[in-house]
Design a protein around this ligand. Structure first.
Ligand code: ADP
Ligand code: MG
Length: 233
């Protein structure tokens, strides 16, 4: 099957194939943080993220969430439907961490009264700023699409919280992306992995996600392997 590179991002290479409307996402071992100002790489990262994403998408599909996922084709590659992506990053938070802790002056680790949804504009040059609905309207994103994003984020959170809780993990927060297929159907896209979620061990509080890389905490490879075992083991 002829693969053509469609897009190379920070964490994945995306290919078209001979199959119309289908993409391959090859997960790289590269890691970036702080809008790609910090870069790194380690063996096994792509494999861990592909396998974790595949397992999470399968679980979400089985529970009624429409996703782009078709199948995992090899250790680092997922086959998905090809979508027109919304320029939106949907963040859902259960516990204050990172930018939210700074934004509202909470100590990191403070449990939130209810999940908080944030909508960010997916634009590297602008640093993916958090915007409100007025800004998104100005940028041409419809209210109906934003409503879908928020509802999808909360539904995914409602399913992922118990999924990770059973595996001894607090789902602190996560980011998802949304796209539309040729028929106009919106669905969950991109990836769900330790790159895009904050995972804290329920008993020790240990961070098992990309914050180990961002904050130079060490043990980043082990953390991704631990999450892989917990999700697929
Ligand atoms: N089903 C899909 N169809 C089309 N594009 C997608 C789909 N899922 C994810 N994408 C896009 O493919 C790219 C994935 O590569 P990635 O390395 O994550 O990029 P980035 O550096 O933008 O985060 C992202 O731009 C993402 O929005
Ligand atoms: Mg990405």
């Amino acid at each position: 099957m002829a693969e053509r590179l469609l897009y190379e991002g920070k964490a994945k290479k995306v290919f078209t194939t001979d199959e119309e409307g289908v993409l391959l996402h090859r997960f790289k071992d590269d890691a970036t943080a702080f809008n790609a100002k910090k870069r790194g790489s380690w063996a096994g990262k792509g494999r861990a993220n592909a396998a974790i994403s595949a397992a999470v998408f399968e679980y979400l599909e089985a529970n009624g969430i429409p996703t782009h996922f078709i199948e995992r084709v090899d250790e680092t590659t997922l086959k998905t439907r090809r979508l027109e992506m919304l320029p939106v990053e949907v963040i859902v938070r259960n516990v204050a961490a990172g930018s939210l802790a700074r934004l509202i002056g909470y100590e990191e680790g403070t449990e939130l009264k209810a999940p908080i949804v944030e909508l960010c504009y997916k634009d590297d040059a602008l640093g993916d700023p958090m915007l409100n609905w007025y800004h998104f309207r100005e940028l041409g994103v419809s209210d109906a699409d934003l409503e879908f994003c928020e509802e999808l984020g909360l539904r995914v959170n409602g399913l992922l919280w118990p999924f990770f809780d059973e595996r001894g993990i607090v789902l602190v927060d996560f980011k998802i992306e949304v796209g539309r297929d040729a028929g106009g159907t919106l669905m969950l896209a991109d990836e769900i992995s330790p790159d895009t979620c904050r995972f804290w061990d329920k008993t020790s509080g240990e961070k098992l996600d990309k914050d180990r890389f961002r904050r130079d905490l060490g043990g980043v490879e082990e953390a991704y392997e631990d999450m892989l075992r917990r999700v697929t083991g």
